[in-house]
Design a protein around this ligand. Structure first.
Ligand code: CUK
Ligand code: CUA
Length: 666
């Protein structure tokens, strides 16, 4: 704890204010919960006073010295806090990956509001590359050539996005290495990254929704991509019902994984939040809050329960096929609200499963048996028995276990030995628990807990290797901590996040359940989630395959490099690119021409990338071997413009140039 200077009254005020706010939420919950069934918050059974709960919460809410203390106070027992970059015991396998050697796993991080996907190796935690998705990225020329800038324009023309939940495509429940799908929480979009080229190849701006939060593929065969809109809005949101929050809706959207077109949407009561599916292609489970359908925080937290929504995908598809929907902005919208006639009978389209208020997430176990709903405000995880969704008509009986895990549970992940790991935001810990024990012990009990490990600080997502597929491998776990505080050299008021690597391969009977903190890694803000695949699942191309763009773009060789004048104001420039020259040493256009440059990197050797940039024209494309890119612009400034290469490709890299000569038009 280095940030202990306690001065500012403003900080104290904000803590007090936050305490008061949370106090109100909890007071309401306690009152309404008294004498009710087990879905209530049940704070007294925590063995903690509400005051303790409050303090932890208050510290979390304030980015000051207190939050750091919260982690340490809760730790108390003197366990692993000291281990930073070395394992504390000899039982942890080597996580240091020596120079020249490769990692065992690929990790794909969503970048958050940087809008990208980051690619890391595990266990080294070395960042390997970034794949720009919703953001422009000059280092890769993304958003600068015609193809990618047109794609961004067609997807709404936004300049940024907030990527949250990356989902790897699956075949038969196993990662097939074809695609990653990821949502844009900011602008209500879903994108696809092609893992042959590690490049975004499609973005869909989902109609009728404002923010897409939950996003996942449908297991086991990626037949759909699902996307949850978190914010309720009028339908359509065209100026009607502005002052009528009752009429705002939240939508569950299905997209086609190949065409990326929106297929249908389902309207529900309350908000929708995060998503996962079963492993049989039937149920999609969405966490949800704000069953009150309020628009202000006091309204949103009035009731002591919310409802997880279970979407019966075949039943919904049947309703769509039967024309049982209304259409808004060209999308079929199925009525999945509580009173809908589609929700009656043996195969209801949507089931509403009661849980404690404001649950955060749903994550399905690798065997597809259970969906875990982390309580966030409740110190529990609710276990949904997925088979019972089809057989048990009483929704409250679908929850078959509810272990008390600790304060602020947000996300759950799995190993290959029947254990669950849940992040505790307020306690700044990861808790390991046994799934079958939790199902077989009384609700609210701690019998299933196998151990807890401290992390620093305030974890959000946690993810174990291969845990979203049917093949978890159970050796590594990454904890995405929201705060890093005093863990690294200070870098100004916007800190890095701190992703911590934990070894989970030992089921030791100690207070940490055998979990071992292995290393800390600062990360550029602010990744939200990650997903890991063994290295054999991903087979990236080493160079482009020109047959992949045949018919769309010309492959320009040295001998067919040329300038084609199409008409008086349109010019097409074709140039090859290789070490250390462009096919055209210069090219001539007229002031005011619309110029399209088509350029091909004709080299076949891997890792030889060339750039083609034109200073003062904002032109910047990057060309991997065998790739062709196009860029279109208006030559509105007469003069001489050097064209140069941005990648240091050879000893004659600096001499690798061409000239664009723009003649004045008289
Ligand atoms: S949400 Cu961030 S901690 Cu967007 Cu996945 Cu749970
Ligand atoms: Cu090509 Cu530098």
């Amino acid at each position: 704890m280095t940030n202990t200077a306690s001065e500012p009254t403003e900080t104290d005020e904000s803590v007090t204010e936050y305490e008061a706010q949370l106090n109100k939420v909890l007071a309401d919950t306690d009152e309404t919960a008294a004498g009710e069934d087990e879905v209530s918050l049940q704070l007294p059974s925590l063995g903690l006073s509400r005051r303790d709960f409050m303090k932890a919460g208050a510290a979390v809410g304030t980015i000051g010295s207190l939050a750091g203390c919260a982690g340490v106070m809760n730790n108390g027992e003197g366990n692993s806090g000291g281990s930073q970059n070395h394992s504390g015991s000899g039982d942890v396998p080597e996580h240091f990956v020596p120079p020249g050697e490769h990692d065992e796993y690929y990790g794909f991080w969503s970048g958050g509001h940087s809008g990208d996907i980051r690619v890391y190796g595990l266990p080294s935690m070395r960042e390997l590359t970034r794949v720009p998705v919703f953001n422009r990225e000059p280092a890769k020329g993304y958003g600068f050539d015609d193809g990618s800038s047109q794609m961004l324009e067609d997807a709404g023309g936004y300049t940024w996005g907030d990527s949250h939940h990356p989902s790897l495509s699956e075949t038969d429940g196993k990662y097939d290495g074809r695609y990653i799908y990821v949502n844009d929480k900011a602008n209500g979009r879903v994108a696809r990254v092609n893992l042959k080229y590690f490049e975004t190849d499609a973005i869909t701006d989902v109609p009728n929704v404002q923010s897409v939060h939950g996003c996942c593929i449908q297991s086991p065969d990626t037949d759909y991509i699902f996307a949850n809109s978190e914010f309720r809005t009028p339908l359509p949101n065209d100026g009607r019902d502005i002052d009528n929050p009752d009429k705002y809706v939240s939508l569950f959207t299905a997209l086609d994984p190949e065409s990326m077109e929106v297929l249908w949407q389902v309207e529900v009561d309350g908000n929708l939040d995060i998503l996962d599916t079963d492993k049989d292609g039937k149920w999609a489970l969405a966490s949800a809050y704000n069953d009150e359908e309020g628009v202000e925080i006091e309204e949103m937290t009035k009731n002591d329960r919310d409802f997880v929504k279970a979407f019966n995908v075949p039943a919904i598809q049947e309703a769509v096929d039967a024309g049982n929907y209304r259409e808004v902005n060209g999308v079929p919208i199925v009525d999945g609200t509580k009173g809908s006639s589609l929700n009656q009978g043996d195969e209801p389209a949507v089931r509403y499963i009661p849980t404690p208020k404001s649950p955060h997430c749903v994550e399905v176990t690798p065997d597809g048996k259970y969906g875990m709903v982390a309580g966030k405000l409740s110190p529990t995880v609710s276990i949904i028995d997925i088979e019972k969704l089809s057989t048990e008509p009483d929704s409250s009986k679908v929850i078959v276990g509810q272990p008390k895990v600790g304060l602020g549970p947000l996300h759950t992940t799995y190993d290959d030995r029947g254990h669950a790991y849940t992040s505790l935001f307020i306690d700044s810990q990861v808790v390991k628990w046994d799934i079958e024990t939790a199902v077989n012990s009384p609700k609210q009990s701690e019998e299933a807990i196998l151990g807890k490990i401290d992390v620093h600080y305030n974890p959000g997502h946690i993810q174990a290797v291969q845990a979203m597929s049917t093949e978890p491998t159970g050796d590594w776990l990454v904890v995405l901590n929201k705060l890093s505080k005093d863990r690294f050299l200070p870098v100004g008021p916007i800190y890095p996040d701190n992703d911590q690597l934990i070894y989970i391969g030992n089921d030791k009977d100690d207070e940490q359940g055998g979990m071992e903190l292995v290393s800390d890694h600062p990360v550029y803000p602010e990744p939200h989630d990650a997903i890991f695949a063994t290295k054999d699942k991903i087979e990236p191309a080493k160079t482009w395959d020109k047959s992949d763009y045949k018919g769309e773009k010309e492959y320009v060789t040295e001998s067919n490099s040329r300038v084609d004048r199409v008409d008086d104001e349109t010019v097409e420039v074709y140039t090859s690119v290789k070490r250390s020259e462009y096919g055209l040493r210069d090219f001539r256009v007229k002031e005011g021409d619309e110029v399209t440059i088509t350029a091909t990197n004709v080299e076949g050797s891997q890792d030889i990338v060339h750039g083609l940039v034109v200073p003062e024209y904002d032109i910047n494309i990057a060309l991997a071997p065998q790739d062709t890119r196009e860029v279109t612009f208006t030559a509105d400034k007469p003069g001489v413009y050097w064209v140069y290469c941005t990648y240091f490709c050879s000893a004659l890299h600096l001499e690798m140039r061409s000239r664009m000569l723009v003649e004045p038009r008289d």
